[in-house]
Design a protein around this ligand. Sequence first.
Ligand SMILES: [Zn+2]
Length: 277
Amino acid sequence: MRKRLVRFASAGIPIQCEGGNLEAVQCSRDLGLGAFELEFVRGVKMKEGTAREIAASARKNDVLISSHAPYYINCCTQEKAKVAGTIRHIFSSAQATGWCGGTITVFHPGYYQKLSKEEAFQAAKKVLLMVKEKMDAQKVKCILGAETVGKKSAFGGLGEVIRLHEELGFVWPVLDFAHLLARGDLPCKTEEDYRKLFDMVEKKVKGYGKDFHSHFSSIKYGEKGERNHLPISANVPPYKPLMKMLAENGISGRVVCESPRLEYDALIMQKEYLKHL
Ligand SMILES: [Zn+2]
């Protein structure tokens, strides 16, 4: 039997768990999940005391912690107030994640609006360097996970998040398979598609196959890309070939389930993954 190298998480407090983020850590373990993603999407309100308790519970229960930074982020914005807000949100998210013993906070990079793709890239790079400077000054240790976005109007295609990593080592690509499919960045349909995707990313991001971070759900999409997330049973993109590919290729990392069925679907994916070990 192969080694179990992929951990599954619910994006936010599992439906079956009572209480808040602290209780969700133990509850995730009781459900059989080895990771948990905190949702700071509507703002970071976590106090340091609670965060430290989360860290202790995560250690005790062997649950890996990550987080999703607030939605109100646009690293490409040209408005001063929004630049400051973006820096504050990513920083607070990274800081709270660090307190919780987490290693990565995921963020949506931004929007092109009137900028060219190159201008958007340079703007984002500048903002992320400012975030890093603030993190270093306050000794915050957390990886910034740039998520592949689902809308064509958004900055954060696969090539762009890889380039962010290439130019800023503290940024790690986060693969959202549904978004890759919806935006038309990659097919994500067959086992071979998934394998090629990982091979391609691994070539540019050294060690990615040993510590990938990803989001999974099914998705409804149209010409402009993402519309909304769906349960994995919708099979767009299909989860089974991904699970088989991850197991058979000895890839390590995390799959965070963002379907409306959260942990129910995370557990279905985990079961499918274990079948191929
Ligand atoms: Zn996201």
